[in-house]
Design a protein around this ligand. Structure first.
Ligand SMILES: NC(=O)c1ccc[n+]([C@@H]2O[C@H](COP(=O)([O-])OP(=O)(O)OC[C@H]3O[C@@H](n4cnc5c(N)ncnc54)[C@H](OP(=O)(O)O)[C@@H]3O)[C@@H](O)[C@H]2O)c1
Length: 350
């Protein structure tokens, strides 16, 4: 038994700020599975309440609702999955600090100045959390906000009670951003599929279930500090991802690999139009050495793909505005594939 597993049988009281969409829902399911008592706090607009959890309704932006929430405590730990703006975290952390022993804030690798252009460590420099948001390019506003959330958590919670987790891209069942669901549905449609760049490119998505298990182990084992949570470099490749998607959905898709440079010249948007396609030097060079030392374990990417496809047969993802940004239009893909074949004389599927 690893040291990370030793305290699984210890019953804990856990609060999840959120808990009904993706990571929060997974955390709740796993914590209940460990025999923990779990409370969730959300507005109840959408998403799925997990049977067995104590469901508390309210808006975390409202002091009055947070004050009411504290009356349901105390808890051994709170996991804050839904803090997206500094004020949201400041209100929650100041309200909860006397009724929780441990505060876990779910941040992101987007908080780093070097993301995604430079390799990242757990100690890379953070974006300035006080920068004037409106003056910044939209692509880094999320990272600035999350960096501000981290600062708000630090302002209200002592370091020995605060854990900040910075995941890279998260995939798996319940994903609502829609990256892996889009790829899977595209593969199911079959025919020639535009496969971007180098099939051997290493990628590091973390399975939501591995992220949740790591967070709960960290709580049980009193891990604090700030750390990245991505699959290890070399864990899988973009080619493995697309082939796993093809195989999971019936195998009728024909992958046509198209060179990075040519594709970029056609003004195809990395990451969103072609999910998980990112060529910047730091995009897949995230070190999670601190989390690995604390016991992070990552399942094979094929399991993530297969299980996500199985889940999609049973349920619609929670509707989310970001899902609209994902995926290339059908006619644009067809046009690009024809142009690529003409330009290169290539295009045999793999
Ligand atoms: N997806 C990725 O690839 C990725 C990568 C890195 C980091 N992250 C981070 O991982 C986290 C993902 O969490 P998740 O969305 O899956 O968590 P979740 O806890 O499953 O879902 C979000 C919850 O927040 C609730 N909520 C939203 N606004 C609220 C408010 N004002 N008051 C009370 N509750 C509110 C929602 O319910 P209601 O709407 O009903 O209130 C929902 O229950 C985020 O912090 C994200 O930044 C994600």
């Amino acid at each position: 038994m690893s040291w990370a597993a030793v305290r699984h049988d210890v019953s804990m009281r856990l609060l999840v700020l959120g808990g009904t969409w993706f990571l929060g829902r997974t955390l709740v399911e796993q914590a209940l599975g460990r025999g923990w008592q779990v409370s969730t706090f959300s507005r109840g607009r959408d998403g799925y309440d997990v049977v067995g959890a104590e469901v508390i309704r309210g808006d975390r932006r409202l002091n009055v609702d947070m004050d009411r929430l504290t009356g349901a405590g105390p808890w051994d730990a709170v996991v804050d999955t839904s803090g997206m703006e500094p004020a949201m975290v400041a209100i929650a952390a100041s309200a909860l600090r006397n009724v929780v022993s441990r505060y876990v804030y779910i941040s992101t690798v987007s908080v780093y100045q070097g993301w995604p252009t430079e390799p990242l460590t757990d100690d890379s420099s953070l974006l300035d959390s006080y920068a004037d948001l409106a003056a910044l390019p939209e692509r880094i506003q999320y990272g600035v906000l999350k960096s501000g959330c981290e600062a708000a958590a630090r302002a209200h919670i002592d370091g020995e009670r605060l854990l900040i987790l910075r995941p890279g891209v998260v995939l798996g069942p319940y994903e609502y951003v829609g990256r892996l669901p889009w790829l899977l549905r595209r593969m199911q449609r079959g025919g020639a599929v535009l496969a971007a760049g180098d099939p051997g490119r290493p990628i590091q998505p973390i399975d939501v279930r591995d992220l949740a298990a790591f967070a709960l182990d960290a709580i049980a084992n009193d891990v604090v500090g700030a750390m990245n949570v991505a699959a290890p470099h070399g864990h899988s490749t973009y080619g493995e991802l697309l082939r796993a998607c093809r195989d999971a959905t019936g195998g009728s898709a024909n992958l046509v690999w198209v060179a990075d440079d040519w594709l970029a010249a056609q003004e195809v948007t990395r990451w969103s139009e072609i999910p998980l396609w990112r060529t910047a030097a730091g995009a897949w060079a995230v070190s999670s050495s601190r989390a690995e030392a604390a016991g992070l374990a990552c399942r094979p990417l094929t399991d993530t793909v297969t299980d996500t496809w199985a889940w999609l047969q049973t349920e619609e993802p929670v509707a989310h505005e970001r899902a609209n940004e994902i995926g290339i239009a059908r006619d644009k893909e067809t046009r690009l594939l024809a142009a690529w074949r003409g330009a290169s004389g290539r295009g045999a599927g793999r």
